[in-house]
Design a protein. Structure first.
Lengths: 375, 503
């Protein structure tokens, strides 16, 4: 399953969020990403969805990929030792090509190219045993286990590990992947999607986006030219960067800055896509002091190179670009509720008639947060 | 006893073009040129400093190596035999100046830098901002924020003092005594012009440099020359010198004849006495003693300045550096075995220490492994020859590099390795007033600033080709380096992959 070479890639990204927490099915996000078909090349596509498991909202939902039954058994033994498994089941799919009658008449556009040779796709809803969190927090414990599995278990990959959310990804065009995973049957309040254009060898299922840890999910168009130092910066904090994809550093950096260092979201983005010194020098004193300190202390976390990124998490969705906007990103709103982000404006107009549309400035984050509790 | 040592160089004078102006005679500070109706060189005294060649209006002088043919031996090289002759004649330690000249493998020249193509665009430094700004000093591992009454975010972490550099290139420690006051003046002026630092070395600071406080690192070495509370406080940073790359484990010796009125005042020793720096600090016999000195200095400067510790690159440098950081140092300067010196026993300079490339890689990795890399800046010294070396050093993990020899060459030094004689024809490594006068501080400063500016532009070009627009995205990013003609073990120590391997 695992591919040992590094795969730079170009891509399409799209995201939809209901700030009111209203859940919608996956048809819109599939249509949006399908419109940007030409930005991917069939070697990777994926989705992250939040709010899809309301009946298991308090358990960690592990979406797993296994090469064969043997490694699945090994991993299950490990889960039995480390977690309380509440439920485990195969992730429902429509294997092979999709026929019109399966997809409420949508197959003319999506799901026509068969998804072949998927790994074993299984999901586990699990609790962390209480006695395991004497010395570490529950979330820290889950991160440790995810690092453990991804680095030590061959042929085994954790696609996502958050509560009430999941990643659905694989090798293929994103719209076909969406149909394959039956996303039209799920309902979520945040959806993000990714179409991949890796530039050399075929991608592998685990290497597709979104990349997830706990409830963080990242879809990312671009290449992190500062990957080398970002990786070395993260390692002493206990992150194991095994996937050879620069996207994982983004997920881990958010986990480090926000969960562990408790930085506010807007400041975390300032660390990852810092303002230039020429602008910092002109800031008001208080802001200047904060921006300077962030650059001094978090220089190793600065993401450099072309990118547009959509981060999803339980409470919201954040889109931002690199410091000189070398990759596209357009945002739009509809009413008070809906927030859209996409590589191309057309992919938003495909699914809605937005009230406002704008291209966020380089390095400036667009942050959408839930207004209240999820329904 | 008549000397059996043959001359090292042959000075040829073209008498057809020579117009007997005697400029060469006036300029030669080694007494090589004499005038007897015409210019007559004493070949044995020539050191190839090029002063006469540079100033001859007719270009009538040329200097060549004395190509004396010896019976071939790959083992007994001419230089080896001459050194034995010298010691047979004098019974003394062979002294020398500048850095290790031996043909050890230069690892910088076996590292290649990456560039962007298609999938990640390169950036044009002429059109986009390209940031080199660097801060030296201890950083916390994380920042904490609070919200004030108006729900505004405030920074609640108090940062330790940081020194701002506009370019990650600082001038190396060279003492007033080892080099002239004019050289010190030029370095200070250039540091100010270029937004960087000069380092006083261990000889104290002349009162003329008081206005350059923000661009000066003051050094505290084993001799403690000129160290007063005022001295410590007239600086941007204080450096404790434990060792020097050219002479690890060896002290220093400034001969009494160089200690004139000004140096005597600056160093706080009587005129004409030898200034001896002991090999160890006599109050530092362990890491806990070093910690005491670090905190004594911090107390004396009211915790307003970073304190750095300079060590030479020796076998166990990574563990030593880690101890130094844990002892409270805010920066560590590592000086490699090719680092320069005003005077060192040749046997030490040529045989002791390890290459800076390996030492730097080991220290950076060790501090990261221990989770304390943020706690101190790393300065890399010991033969940084061009901006390519700078970029490679930063990619290996240095915060900034330190240039000594390159700075001297910019001021006119020809690397003749005779600094210890006090006869420097270029007015740099000398205290003789008539020679010191030759170095115009203003001109020297301009040449130094030009060098730093030029390397800064070149660094920006390198960053742009790497597709990043800030120096911190190169710092420690070993992924952007590849090794060529290096064995597996060396690649592993440097933490880089061989050329030909992708990411």
């Amino acid at each position: 399953m695992r591919c040992d070479c590094y795969i730079p890639s170009g891509c399409a990204v799209s995201g939809i969020m209901s700030k009111a927490g209203e859940r919608m099915d996956g048809n819109d996000i599939i249509r949006s990403i399908a419109l940007m078909h030409d930005r991917s090349n069939g070697l990777g596509g994926g989705f992250a969805a939040y709010g899809i498991y309301p009946r298991h909202a308090n358990e960690y939902a592990f979406h797993m990929m296994f090469d064969n039954m043997e490694v699945k058994d090994q991993c299950e033994e490990y889960f039995k030792d480390t977690f309380d498994i509440v439920l485990d089941e195969e992730i429902p799919t429509r294997p092979g090509a999709v026929f019109e009658q399966d997809t409420s008449g949508r197959s003319a556009e999506c799901g026509t190219q068969p998804i072949t040779s998927p790994p074993i796709l299984w999901r586990y809803f699990m609790d962390v045993p209480e006695h395991r969190t004497k010395f570490v927090s529950e979330r820290e414990y889950v991160v440790e286990k995810v690092m453990d599995i991804n680095s030590k278990f061959t042929g085994t990959f954790v696609a996502s590990s958050g509560k009430n959310m999941g990643a659905f990804k694989g090798v293929g065009y994103p719209e076909d992947i969406g149909m394959f995973y039956k996303l039209d049957e799920y309902k979520g309040y945040i959806w993000t999607a990714h179409g991949r254009f890796p530039t050399n060898t075929p991608g592998w299922w685990g290497g597709a986006h979104p990349f997830c840890l706990l409830d963080w999910s990242i879809v990312h168009n671009g290449e992190i030219s500062s990957y080398g130092i970002n990786k070395r910066y993260l390692e002493p904090f206990g992150y194991k960067l095994e996937l050879r994809t620069d996207t994982e550093v983004v997920a881990y950096l958010f986990d480090l800055l926000i969960r562990r260092h408790k930085m506010p979201m807007d400041l975390a983005v300032k660390a990852l896509a810092s303002p230039f010194w020429k602008d910092i020098d002109r800031m008001p004193k208080r802001e200047q002091k904060i921006a300077t300190a962030i650059r001094q202390v978090y220089g190793g976390a600065l993401l450099n190179g072309p990118f547009s990124i959509i981060l999803g998490y339980s409470r919201g969705m954040v889109g931002f670009n690199d410091r000189i906007k070398l990759r596209p990103m357009t945002c739009a709103t509809k009413g008070d509720d809906m927030l859209y982000m996409s590589s191309e404006e057309s992919a938003i107009r495909e699914i809605t008639d937005p009230d406002t549309v704008w291209s966020p400035k380089a390095g400036t984050a667009v942050i959408g947060e839930l207004n209240g509790e999820v329904e | 006893m008549m000397s059996q040592i043959p001359p090292e160089f042959i000075v040829k004078i073209d008498y057809d073009t020579c117009r007997r102006c005697r400029r060469c005679v006036m300029n030669c500070s080694f007494g090589c040129m004499q005038f007897k109706d015409r210019v007559v060189p004493d070949h044995k005294k020539c050191v190839a400093c090029h002063r006469c060649v540079t100033f001859c209006p007719e270009s009538a002088i040329s200097i060549t190596k004395n190509e004396l043919t010896y019976k071939d031996s790959a083992n007994w090289l001419p230089e080896t035999r001459q050194n034995i002759l010298k010691q047979a004649e004098t019974g003394g330690i062979l002294l020398t100046g500048m850095g290790n000249p031996r043909p050890y493998q230069i690892l910088w020249d076996h590292m290649l830098i990456d560039a962007c193509q298609v999938t990640n665009p390169s950036i044009d430094p002429l059109r986009e901002p390209m940031e080199l700004r660097t801060f030296l000093g201890r950083k916390p591992n994380r920042l904490e924020f609070t919200r004030d009454g108006n729900d505004e975010i405030e920074l609640s972490t108090e940062l330790q003092p940081q020194v701002k550099l506009d370019v990650p290139i600082v001038f190396a420690a060279m003492s007033y005594g080892a080099i002239s006051l004019n050289a010190h003046r030029a370095l200070a002026m250039a540091a100010k012009n270029s937004g960087t630092l000069m380092n006083t070395g261990e000889g104290g600071i002349h009162k003329d440099l008081n206005s350059y406080t923000d661009n000066i690192v003051v050094q505290v070495a084993s001799g403690r020359f000129g160290v007063t509370s005022e001295y410590l406080n007239s600086s941007a940073m204080v450096e404790i010198k434990i060792g020097q790359g050219a002479k690890p484990g060896i002290g220093g010796h400034l001969p009494g004849e160089k200690v004139g009125e000004d140096i005597s005042k600056t160093r706080m020793i009587p005129v004409g006495t030898d200034a001896l720096s002991p090999a160890p600090h006599h109050d530092i016999y362990s890491i806990e003693d070093l910690s005491q000195l670090i905190y004594a200095i911090k107390e004396a400067t009211d915790y307003t300045k970073p304190v750095s510790v300079k060590i030479s690159a020796v076998h166990n440098v990574a563990a030593i550096a880690s101890g130094i950081v844990r002892a409270g140092a805010d920066a560590v300067t590592i000086d490699g075995f090719r680092g320069g010196t005003g005077a060192s026993p040749m046997v030490i300079r040529d045989n002791v220490g390890i290459p800076i490339e390996l030492a730097l890689a080991a220290v950076d990795q060790r501090l990261r492994d221990e989770g304390i890399r943020n706690n101190a800046s790393i300065l890399c010294a010991g033969s940084i020859r061009n901006s390519g070396d700078v970029a490679k050093a930063i990619a290996l993990g240095a915060d900034a590099v330190v240039i000594g020899t390159a700075a001297l060459v910019a001021m006119g030094c020809r690397v003749c390795q005779k600094c210890y004689t006090g006869n420097c024809a270029w007015g740099i490594a000398t205290q003789k007033p008539e020679l010191v006068r030759r170095l115009d501080p203003q001109v020297g400063a301009e040449r130094l600033s030009n060098l730093v500016t030029a390397w800064g532009y070149e660094l920006q070009e390198i960053l742009g080709s790497l597709g990043v627009n800030s120096i911190e995205s190169l710092r420690g990013s070993r992924e952007r380096l590849r090794g060529i003609d290096l064995d597996e073990q060396t690649l592993k120590l440097l933490g880089i992959k061989p050329a030909g391997i992708g990411q």
